[in-house]
Design a protein around this ligand. Structure first.
Ligand code: CP
Length: 326
């Protein structure tokens, strides 16, 4: 694997391989000194043209735990503000000698375009409405570990609820969950479904109450008001009434069912209960798993062919290099 751009490029075997590699990274993260020399000498650049809390900090932490050098490119104080093109930015940073760019961009396809301008590996950290592959991998890892599904998701029913139309997470998760064998139902008002929904490998419902009691995973999406050009729901209160996770709906979930959200969440809108009070909430597990999954992705792209060896998995010999625990 040279790049990670799109979940559609990974088959079930490749997804399982990355999730198995994530198991090793979780073990490293549980050590008193969670740092290994696997990517010593490699340089990773975080290039975020859109805001991020989780993805940016977890890639930063992941790269440092593997002993890579990390450059954080601050768009707001860069020559992008003087009109520098994306191509010139990429070619300039490439000339400094880098091994991977982690790219978030508001334009769908930007990470793919960047592969044409650099010899470095590109990891898509979210592009427009298009893809967010590491979110899908961390979601798969969370389901796999919480529901003990090491061999696949056959027989699991997963509902993804909310603003599907604007969601790169939904597009990536549908591909990943489908590849691993889950039954996926999208639940949304018609205005929040994409026009090509009939071509997706999913069922569609407008009735959350009709299926909530049979779900293994309830995956709530954020209402992406910044991407909506029109009022696509009559009011947020009506949206919550029909599609939000209210206390009454939470009470109807199966005992083992997981409640997931990629964050950031709109409390009181799609999440109308406190996730901390839900036994099945995995929101913070998703965040913690994000570090390990991103370690696995960086190691797969930049390490020694995806095999953790005694050398690469050994503790860092320099205790002062140990990073903080998540
Ligand atoms: N889930 C996610 O991508 O969150 P951030 O926008 O905070 O990175």
């Amino acid at each position: 694997m040279k790049h990670l751009l799109d979940m559609g490029h990974l088959d079930a075997m490749q997804i399982h391989h990355l999730l198995d590699l994530t198991d090793h990274m979780v073990e490293i993260n549980q050590r008193p000194m969670p740092k290994v020399p696997a990517l010593r000498g490699k340089t990773v650049v975080n290039l975020f043209f859109e805001d991020s809390t989780r993805t940016r900090t977890s890639f930063d932490t992941a790269a440092r735990r593997l002993s890579a050098d990390v450059m954080n490119f601050a768009v707001s104080s860069s020559s992008v503000n003087k009109g520098e093109s994306l191509r010139d930015t990429i070619e300039t940073i490439t000339a400094m000698g880098v091994d991977a760019f982690v790219v978030r961009h508001a334009s769908s396809g930007a990470p793919h375009q960047i592969t044409q301008w650099t010899t470095a590996s590109i990891v898509n950290a979210g592009d427009g409405w298009h893809q967010h592959p590491t979110q899908a991998l961390l979601d798969c890892y969370t389901i796999r570990t919480r529901l003990n599904r090491t061999t696949g998701f056959d027989g699991l029913h997963i509902a993804i609820v909310g603003d599907i139309k604007h969601s790169r997470v939904a597009r990536s998760d549908v591909q990943a969950f489908n590849a691993l064998g889950a039954r996926v139902t999208l639940v949304a008002p018609p205005t929040l479904l994409p026009p090509d929904i009939s071509t997706w490998p999913v069922e569609v419902s407008h009735d959350l109450d009709g299926l909530i009691g049979s779900l293994d995973v309830l995956y709530l999406l954020r209402m992406q008001r910044e991407r909506m050009r029109d009022a696509l729901v009559p009011s947020l209160r009506e949206y919550t009434t029909l599609y939000g996770l209210t206390p009454a709906r939470a009470a109807r979930l199966q005992e083992h069912a997981l409640v997931m959200h990629p964050g950031p969440m709109n409390r009181g809108v799609e999440m109308a209960v406190d996730p901390a009070e839900l036994p099945g909430s995995t929101v913070l597990h998703q965040v913690a798993n994000g570090v390990a999954v991103r370690m696995a992705v960086l190691f797969e792209l930049l390490g020694s062919g995806g095999e953790m060896t005694a050398d690469t998995a050994a503790d860092s010999p320099d205790p002062s290099q140990a990073g903080p625990r998540s």
